[in-house]
Design a protein around this ligand. Structure first.
Ligand SMILES: [Zn+2]
Ligand SMILES: [Zn+2]
Length: 373
């Protein structure tokens, strides 16, 4: 058998195979039948949406940005809620999830990346969940999480907690609203399936479709559409470039509800030490990435329109930086202002380098920037 020789695929986990196959199938069959037989109530839709938000953000804010990347700090009761709600998304304990995710970041696109997209869409989407990891369950890259009593507790009692939440909450809502079947179907089954596949899309589609403004050294992509389904996780190319940043979409117009929630929690004293990459570091990365691509285009003798687009991109990034800088300057302390002034000096330096680079390229006959307009 070929799978025996594959170092990335252990034995099948039948429980996962049945669960991941039967839950979408049951949804597709039961929802039309239920709607045609009983109709659908506003309460069913609201309960499904609210539990989607709570458990989806349990994954994005809790499992991902808080536990995997430690991009902010929060008091123990909130860590507990993050573990409870993230666990209710039925994607494994936080320790298991974060261990796999840290491997994904450090070994992206290689055999050791658990959801290596180079093995195809289905493997990165859900195939990887269906097989044992042949390297075993060591979780040696999450010592900080194993020390956390809340996460150790959640790991130990994961099955009980997730089954209890996913069955218990819909049943309680159903008893309250006299609609146990509808709540189990919409707020339980359908919601779990939706959160599963929206999360899986980040491992699959966000490594296949989208733009790469920050780096093309790996397959990750910025895909704004996926951010609507995953509370901001669609800016995946930025995330792979700056994984410790509590934001995935840095611009004010980027849809990143996870960032908004963390920021809001910090304003009421429930989150602290929000890690963010400095605007000058971001601009420097953008500059180097653009420059590298212009050089590639130059070598391949591609159209000057590409250079025009990159210049526009850079000018946009620069304008945004200036806006952000002006806002921060109005509100920040003396020390922050001093740091920002140094940051601005560095950015002005980058701009000068960029202008020189553009001049150099535009003066070459094969790639005339002036001809593009
Ligand atoms: Zn990724
Ligand atoms: Zn990550």
């Amino acid at each position: 058998m070929s799978q025996a020789t594959n170092p990335n695929q252990g034995r099948p986990i039948w429980l996962h195979i049945f669960f991941l196959t039967l839950t979408p199938l049951a949804s597709v069959i039961l929802v039309p039948w239920w709607v045609m037989t009983y109709g659908v109530t506003r309460e069913e839709i609201i309960a499904m949406m609210v539990l989607w938000i709570i458990t989806g953000m349990g994954v994005t804010v809790g499992y991902h940005r808080l536990f995997s990347h430690a991009s902010f700090r929060t008091p123990a009761p909130l860590r507990f809620l993050a573990a409870l709600f993230g666990g209710a998304a039925w994607q494994g304990s936080a320790i298991r999830w974060c261990s796999g995710h840290r491997h994904h970041h450090s070994k992206v696109d290689t055999d050791e990346d658990p959801y290596n997209v180079k093995r195809g869409f289905w493997w990165s989407h859900m195939g990887w969940v269906m097989f044992e990891n042949p390297r075993g369950e060591v979780f040696d890259n999450v010592p900080d999480l194993k020390r956390d009593p809340i996460l150790a507790f959640q790991h130990r009692w994961y099955m009980l907690l997730s089954v209890g939440f996913n069955v218990g909450v819909p049943v309680l809502l159903g008893l309250w609203l006299n609609d146990v079947g509808g709540m189990l179907l919409f707020a339980g089954l359908v919601r779990v399936v939706l959160v599963h596949h929206f999360t899986f899309l980040i491992n699959s589609l966000a490594h296949i479709v989208g733009k790469q403004p920050w780096s093309d050294a790996n397959t990750s992509k910025d895909n704004w559409f996926l951010s609507f389904l995953t509370f901001g996780e669609g800016y995946h190319n930025y995330h792979h470039a700056f994984a410790g940043d509590y934001r995935n979409g840095t611009k004010y117009y980027n849809v990143d509800p996870s960032k908004w929630l963390i920021w809001s929690l910090s304003k009421i004293g429930l989150a602290s030490d929000l890690r963010r990459v400095g605007a000058d570091v971001i601009l420097r990365r953008r500059f180097e990435e653009s420059l590298g691509r212009v050089q590639n285009y130059q070598e391949k003798k591609e159209t000057p329109i590409e250079l025009q687009t990159l210049c526009d991109d850079f000018i946009l990034a620069w304008t945004e930086f200036k806006d952000e800088w002006a806002t921060v300057l109005r509100t920040s302390s003396k020390a922050q202002k001093k740091a920002l002034k140094a940051s601005r000096r560095r950015v002005t330096g980058i701009l000068k380098e960029w202008e020189l680079a553009v001049q150099e390229f535009t003066s070459r006959p094969k790639l005339s920037y002036g001809d593009a307009s």
